[in-house]
Every structure is written in C-alpha cells, then in structure tokens.
Design a protein around this ligand. Sequence first.
Ligand code: SF4
Ligand code: SF4
Length: 741
Amino acid sequence: MPGLFQQIQAGKLWDFHGGIHPPGRKQQTTQKPIAVLPIPDRLYLPLRQHIGVAGQLLVRVGERVLKGQQLTSAENSMAVPVHAPTSGTVLSITPHTSPHPSALPELTLVLEPDGLDEWRQREPLNFLTCDNMTLLSRIQDSGIAGMGGAGFPTHIKAGLTQPVDYLIINAVECEPYISADDLLMQEAATTIVKGIDILCRLLNPKAVLIGIEDDKPIAAAAMMAACSQREHYYVRIVPTKYPSGGEKQLIQLLTNKEVPNGRRPADIGIVMQNVGTAFAIAQAVLDDHPLLSRIVTVAGDTLNQPQNVLALLGTPVSALLDACGFQSQPQQRVIMGGPMMGFTLPDLSVPVVKTTNCILAPTAQELPSASTEMDCIRCSACADACPASLLPQQLLWYSKAKDNDKLQEYNLADCIECGACAYVCPSEIPLVQYYRVAKADIREQQREALKAEQAKARFEARNARLEQEKQERQQRNQQLAAARQQQQLASGANTAVADALARIKAKQAQAAPADERNKEQILAERELKKQQAREYQQQKAQQQEQQQNAQQQAPEQHSGQPEQTPAATDNTNSKAAAVAAAIARAQAKKAAQATEQQATEQQVTPAPNTEKSHQAAVSAEADPRKAAIAAAIARAKAKQQAQTENESSAPPASAGAVNKPAAESDAAVTPEDPRKAAVAAALARAKAKKQASAEPTEQTAASATGASEPDAVVTEDPRKAAIAAAIARAKARKQADSENS
Ligand code: SF4
Ligand code: SF4
C-alpha cells in the first residue's frame, strides 16, 4: 500500500465528519471582475486589526502621512503594524466602533486622504538572495495577518523552525456568497504563486497543497497554470461542502491527518496559509507594498451591482455599499462576513479591516431573520452536522448554565463557530451565539487566573528574595561577630569586659542588702510612729483617768487610809512612765551617754549609790530604751506624786498631810521647775528604796491583789528607777541650762 505522501501525490482526497450544503449564491459576484473602489473621504483605521496586540503609535494628530507609511510600530512579536492606505492627514485618534461581533469601541486613527495617493519610498527585496530574517521582518513590517478571517500574525507561522511536511494554501472559500479569493485567484494567480514561493523558502516543506472547491473552476485552472512550473505544488479540487475551508477540516481533506485537541497544525508538521495571505506576502516582499487594501465581496439582493471590490483598509462599509448601488430596506441587516460565520453590523461606519472578506446586505426574503428560539428537542441534528465532532446540544446546555468546567471538558475550544449546527437546528436555536459568549467568559476567566498566577509568582519571588536577604544579613552578622570576638581575644579586651561585668554584678549584690536595710529601717520607723501614736492615746486617757482618781482619792486620804496611796500612785506612775518612755526614747542614747557624767556629779546620792548609778549608766548604755523608759517612769512618777501631794496638802486638817515626809512636801513645789523636780525624783527614789526594804510583805500583797506590771517592775528593780531618776535629773538640768542661756 502506498504511503501517505504517495497517496497525496496520486491526488487522493479524504473527508471529514459532518458538514452541510447550503446554497452557494456566489454567482452574484463571480461573473464580474474586481472593481477598484474610489478613495473615500475618511479612512477609519483601528490600531489592532488582527489576533494579537496593537503596535505603538508613530504619528500624531495633524501629521501628514504618505501611502504605505507605518502608523504603528511592531515592538511585540504578536503585533503587526498598520499603514496609511493613502497619503493624507491624521484627523484624530479616538475610539470607534470595531468590526467585531461585540462592536466594542477600539482606538482608531482617522485619516483624511488628500487625493494624491503619494507613496513613501519603496524597497523591493529579492527573496532568493535574502536571508529568512529579512523576509520575516518584511512580512511583519508590512502588517500581514491571516486574511482568511482569523487574522493570526503571518510572520509567526512563516517563521516556524520545526520541520514542515506540508504547506497548505487554503483557497476553498466555502461560505455562501463569498468569492473574494476566487476572484483573486482568477486575476492574480501568478503573484499568489510567488507568495507561495517565498513561504516555501522560509518553511521548506515537502509539498505544497492548494485546496480549491470544485465550484471555482476558473480559479482552479488559473492556479494550476501558475503552478505548472513548480514540482511539488499540487492543486487539489475538493468537493463543495461547508465548512471545507476550516483549518482542521481542510487538513483532514487533503492529508487525512487530524489535529489533536488543544494542538496546532504545526505540531503534526503542517502549516496553512490563506491564498490572500500568499498574495499579500508577494506584494510585501517583491514590491514593498504593505497590506493597504484587500478584496471584499459585496453581495446581497439589496445591491444593484454586487461585486468584489478592492477596498482600502479603513474604508467605511457605507462607502462599499454605496459603490455597489445599495438600496436599503426597512429593518435592513448588513452582515460583515458570510451568512454562516458573519455578524450583523451595528452601523455602517464600521471600516473594512484586514480580515474583512465580505459585506452582505440581503433582503428579508433572501436571508430571513432568526425566528423565535424554541427548546432543544434532542434531535442530535446538530451533532451530526458538526465538523469538529462535538456535541452542540451539550455545549448549549452548559453554556446556558455557565458551567465553564464542563464546557472545557466537552472541548468547546475546538468549535470553529462554523454555524453548521445552528443551520440544521429545527428549534432555531442560535447555538453559535451561545458558544461565543461562553468562550468570552472562559477567556476572561483564564485571563484572571493568569493574572492571579503572575501575582502569586511575584509574591513568592518577593518572599524568596526577602528570605535570602535575611539569611545573608544573618550570615554577615555572624561573620562580623566572629571577627570581633577574635579581635577581642587577640587584644585581651575579653578580660577587661569580664572584669567590668564582675564589677556590675558586685554592685548589684551590694545594692540588694542596702535596699533590705532601708526596708527594715522604714518598717522600724513606721512601727515606732505607731507605738508613739498608741502611747499618746494612752497618755491622754490616763490623764483623764488620773484627774478622776485624784478627785476620788482626796476624800479617801482624808478618811485615814494612807497605806493605799503608794500602790495607786505607782499604778498611775507606771502608765505615765510608759507615755513618757515614748517621748524619752528619742533622747535615750544621748541621755545614756550623759548618765555617767551626771552620776559622778550627783551630790545628794549616797556613796554606795554612785557605784550603782554608774552600773545603771552602763546598763542604760547597753539598753538605752529600758533606761529611757525607766527615766520617764520616774519622772512621771515624781511629777504625779508632786501633784498628788500638792492637792492633798491643800486641806488644812489632813492627817495624811501631817504624816507626809519632807520630801513629799518639797515635791509640792511647782512641777515646771526642773531642778526641784529632780530633787523630788531623788527623794522619791530614796523613799521607794526605803519602802521596798521596809515593806516587802506589803508589796507582795499588792502584787497578789493584782497590781499592774509596772508596779512590779518598779518594786523589783529600784536600781533602774534610780538610774532613770538620774537621767531625768540630768535632762532637767540640761533643760535649765538651755533656758538660762
Ligand atoms: S458551530 Fe461549533 S458546534 Fe456548531 S457545528 Fe460548528 S463546530 Fe460544531
Ligand atoms: S439541533 Fe437543535 S434541537 Fe436538535 S439537538 Fe441540536 S440543539 Fe437540540
């Protein structure tokens, strides 16, 4: 069995699934030559007329441009420039209704032709001597994009580096009414073949397959004649069937190869170009004639002279229709493209662009408007007609549900929007419109996903950069620290630092006990103040009590009960002494120091007591508080006694007063006199001592009857009382001295 190439060489053709046979209606235009349209008053040139991105503007408003001058630059591989179709002035660059099913405004340069049609300088190339890059640059700079309707940048397809088995020239033009390629082949077959030569130079295919439908016999003959000198150029006449002109369908027809889902023809070693594109390539390379115009079929029963016209790019549709004797009807529809894949124009100012192959102005009878859409009856006629072997009814269902995942699962992307399904649908469902909307949604979704992916990549790259910078910083710091440590070790600074740290620690250790001491001191002072306050309260209470007692004791003394007086006096004195102790405590130390000196100066005290006073002083020195308390007790006692005696001596016929010793009488001297108080204290001490030795049983009895503790202290330690008396005396003397001075 011969191989594929042998079968192709033998002229074998294959078939594709589905397809329909609508009425061709091409006779309106195929019988007339191409008419050259006069230059219109305005040319509307969208900056993007192809699949890809727009170029950068090179001209300004008001600038005069020459024919063939580049208006935009192609800085991106997916960009192709736009040229001035004729000489003139740039009137404006503003959004204008686009020749697209969406009719969305696109940035459009408005050119006012000056009628001179003045060319820029032209530099034709000899493609046989040019390198491929020069040829590709010329193709791109000439603004050539696929003229079969897709508008893909031609230089990309022509610049493939992978091996190409077959270069297929698409001259099928299967859609009803359209005959632009037919006429082009009839009139410019030689130029077309030169364009194919240039493509073969770039792609070096094994064979060139030129597919032409059998309803174009003149064109087929012209092409065969033009290719007669080319060994591997094969003109193949294919049966008329819609959509034979589809890329995948024609490949299958001519080579029996199927392009896998989601893949391109180049992946199976095939490149396809439109016959009009080959013509444009030849013009660009051989004549330095960029893509400035194209052949457009203007057809429909509303036209007096339907024909193919050579129209400058940017020519408004209205100008084409006017040139062909357009007779508008009520609710007139004007379609850009054929009746199967075209779209109705929103207005007639839409311009002709690089992909415009037909303007159709049919009557209502000729091409009725779509009737009311009905529900799908699941007849599967659409699936039978689909040339891409899809399930149009399922795609309709998921398009309505906007289930993009399912749409992708059912290969919506493989739909070529041929309209065969809608053509056969008995429910009049505009299936292709649903698919176009769904495709636009998916494209938008993919664009958003791509943006999110790019943003994520940027975010991750930033995080990675920050992490790397952080690690580098840490590494630098570690290196610096290590270097510093080495330096310190070398210079002995380490020891100095250690010493400094030790000093700081020692200071901190010292500061802690000091704080402790401060605390203790504060607590002690606080306790002392509290005690003073308590004592003051007690003192006040006792004074009041004493006054009451004194008032009560006076009658008792008069009634002859003198033996109770010492006990009561001692009790009172002990309380007063406690109060006085608080006052005297602050001066205790000073008094203790003075005690010894005062004791030696004491004249009234007997010799044996001098030694005792000295011992008391020593004792006071050892315990100043006790000494102070004792002194205060003694002084208070003396004072109290003096007051008592003073009061008791007031009545003239008192037995107690008669029996009082002289010392008690002396104690009646005014207590404000400190000297006298001192003398009284000494006498009281002597008396107490004598009383202690003379009345031990009486004291014991007093203790047994519940005498207060201070009484017991005074009774048990008369020495302390003596010492206290001496202290009080010294204090009194000192006070007297200070008053005298
Ligand atoms: S428009 Fe799409 S689904 Fe319908 S027949 Fe054509 S390729 Fe198939
Ligand atoms: S042709 Fe129309 S009615 Fe029939 S299955 Fe397809 S969409 Fe439904």
